[in-house]
Design a protein around this ligand. Structure first.
Ligand code: KIV
Length: 269
């Protein structure tokens, strides 16, 4: 069973794998494939809830999806993403919201899109026994300020990311996602930390990789440039759905084996 401790132990010897999942069947496929951690990301906003960004995603949505994922997994570490403004506004609310994701939804850890404002919160949650995965670089909850652009692309910005990574490690974060930052910056952050780094658009020199499941499956309308499609699930779904429609319209479905006849219910009308 993957724990925050075993994930840390794996770092440096073997690559860590993490994928998002937002429902039970997908989580069970991810776990059966031997992926170390399942992230119930607020990327669910764009990926499966039909929003234009992650900003509208609510704590209740993450909670309900996390509970479904947790019910379907025994081995993988389940990390629940804290949605926009569910943390960082009020300390007590932040702790209560993070606690709900562990107590009620059965997450093993939470992820926070991080910045200077999350260092003390990371310390507080970690002290309380709520493991925190930090997230630096591109943080999509800041889309209205930063867009979806690469981060850490000049010296000052890169130094800020390295400093924040160190601060979150010191505050107790058990791992750190680095999103859409230069590969050479991610490599240096990884060298500087004992805490495992998990990259997305951060090159190969990190301790692990994470991608959004709908991108990996080939189900997304649009995917970021750093993603890779490993399947054609949209094509397979289209074939299945068209097959159903054609079979119904052509009178081939349902066939005899899909129904049953009871003598007793003859002649009631
Ligand atoms: O919400 C999410 O899925 C994420 C990953 C892309 C790291 O934050």
């Amino acid at each position: 069973m993957t724990t925050t401790r075993s994930l840390r132990e794996k770092a440096g010897s073997e690559p860590i794998t993490m994928l998002t999942a937002y429902d039970a069947p997908t989580a069970s496929v991810v776990e059966a494939a031997g992926v170390d951690a399942v992230l119930v990301g607020d990327s669910m906003g764009n990926a499966v809830l039909g929003y234009d960004s992650t900003l509208p995603v609510t704590l209740e949505e993450v909670e309900s999806r996390t509970a479904a994922v947790a019910r379907a997994t025994d081995e993988a570490l389940v990390v629940a993403d804290m949605p926009f403004l569910s943390f960082g506004v009020d300390d007590a609310d932040s702790v209560e919201n993070a606690g709900r994701l562990l107590k009620e939804a059965d997450a093993d850890a939470v992820k926070l899109e991080s910045g200077p404002h999350t260092v003390e919160l990371t310390r507080r949650l970690s002290d309380l026994g709520i493991p925190v995965m930090a997230h630096l670089g591109l943080t999509p909850q800041h889309v209205n300020k930063l867009g979806y652009a690469r981060q850490g692309t000049d010296r000052d910005a890169a130094e800020r990311i390295l400093e924040l990574a160190r601060d979150h490690e010191a505050a107790g974060a058990f791992s750190l996602v680095l999103e859409h930052v230069p590969s050479n910056l991610a490599a240096q952050v990884t060298d500087a930390l004992d805490t495992p780094t998990i990259g997305i658009g951060a090159g190969p020199d990190v301790d692990g990789q994470v991608l959004v499941i709908t991108d990996v499956l080939g189900l997304s309308d649009r995917s970021p440039p750093f993603s890779e499609q490993f399947g054609d699930v949209r094509g397979e779904m289209e074939r299945a759905v068209s097959g159903f429609r054609e079979a119904v319209e052509g009178g081939e479905f349902p066939a005899e084996e899909h129904g049953h006849v009871e003598g007793d219910v003859d002649d009631i009308y």
